[in-house]
Ligand binder design. Structure first.
Ligand code: NAP
Ligand code: MG
Length: 329
């Protein structure tokens, strides 16, 4: 059984007198920087001058510096710029100022696992990775209870790397629900696998295929939207709350019988075989190489897909329905 760490396992005083530089002020950076700051930690936000985030971090009452200066000032450098730019930012603005004994932190192990960033041996290398989007990291903190998180130690130069990771987690209230220990490799590859096959890739294709099938059979798109997209959350909430058994218990016997006899025809042995191939691509670094190329190509594929999907029927219908429901409230 994996061990969970709670408030009592972490000591905030490990961070007293230390400065944390949070690099980036986007989804995670803004949430984590504000949480650390509100917990009394000395935080400086590291950003590029002239970027959009600079004035936002300032108006939120945080100290802001260029990434180079923030690295120089800080004891702990927490990398929260997007994964695909981290290695450039690291090489140009962090590496030259990363002196012995500093701590380099991440919320996703991608750049370390795939060797895009190769840090020196005389620093600590830690991960504090909340299992939730930035807005929830911030909102739950304000409500007094954080999101769960993972921590990992890849390099322990100081002999205190794990205590530091736990203290960072505690300062952001992740140790309230609980923190699990993992490795950079395990976090990175499982995170990529999960988002590709289940959470983002798998779910969106499942929804679209169901929607399109009903529409092709002549159903009103609004009905297909409700059935295949809107109701998904009700089901996943039940599963999250009490597991599969609870979900089956809360739906009708008809739904349970239909689901138990038909589900495995949709997600079949062939689907699982494909999942294994996707895992192998992740593990071999093939996915990482593809992603690097896409980012070097200026996100050509992603931009095309974003524009194309916006005009797909499910998105057009969804925008209309969601707007109607909001005005009706
Ligand atoms: P994000 O919102 O896309 O980050 C945007 C921030 O990075 C902005 O402040 C932006 O500043 C800055 N930035 C972008 N490019 C830059 C560059 N070339 N040089 C300097 N600053 C730059 O990123 P994110 O989604 O929070 O992800 C950050 C990390 O958290 C990643 O490792 C990610 O895997 C991890 N993570 C994210 C989530 C999530 O909820 N999204 C969840 C778990 C883990 P400007 O205003 O100047 O552009
Ligand atoms: Mg994830």
């Amino acid at each position: 059984m994996a061990k969970l760490y709670y408030d009592g396992d972490a000591d905030l005083s490990v961070l007293s007198g230390k400065t944390v530089a949070v690099m980036g002020y986007g989804n995670q950076g803004s949430a984590q920087a504000q949480n650390l700051h509100d917990s009394g930690i000395d935080v400086v936000v590291g950003l590029r001058e002239g970027g959009k985030s600079w004035s936002k971090a300032k108006s939120d009452g945080l100290k802001v510096s260029a990434i180079e200066d923030a690295t120089e000032k800080a004891d702990i450098i927490h990398m929260l710029v997007p994964d695909e730019v981290q290695s450039q930012v690291y090489e140009a603005s962090i590496k030259p100022y990363l002196s012995e004994g500093k701590v380099l932190g991440f919320s996703h192990g991608f750049n370390i696992t795939f060797g895009w960033i190769k840090p020196p041996e005389d620093i600590d290398l830690i991960m504090v990775a909340p299992k939730g989007p930035g807005y929830m990291v911030r909102q739950l903190y304000k409500e007094g209870f954080g999101v769960p998180a993972l921590i990992a130690v890849e390099q322990d130069f100081s002999g205190k790397a794990k205590e530091i990771a736990l203290a960072m987690a505690k300062a952001m209230k992740f140790t309230k629900p609980g923190v699990l220990e993992t490795t950079f490799y395990e976090e990175t590859t499982s995170d990529l696998f999960g988002e590709q096959v289940v959470l983002c890739g798998g779910v969106s294709e499942l929804i679209k295929a169901g929607f399109e099938t009903l529409v092709e059979k002549g159903y009103q798109p609004e009905i297909a939207y409700f059935e295949c997209l809107h109701e998904l959350k009700l089901i996943t909430d039940l599963i999250q709350q009490g597991g599969m058994g609870f979900m089956w218990q809360m739906v009708s016997n008809t739904a349970e019988f239909g689901g138990r006899t038909r589900g495995s025809r949709i997600i079949s042995a062939a689907t699982k075989a494909e999942m294994k191939k996707i895992w192998e691509e992740i593990e071999a670094g093939k996915f990482a190489a593809e992603w690097r190329k896409e980012s070097e190509d200026g996100m050509k594929f992603l931009n095309e897909q974003r524009a194309k999907e916006k005009e797909e029927q499910i998105e057009v219908v969804g925008r209309r329905i969601r707007a109607l429901f909001q005005t009706a409230r």
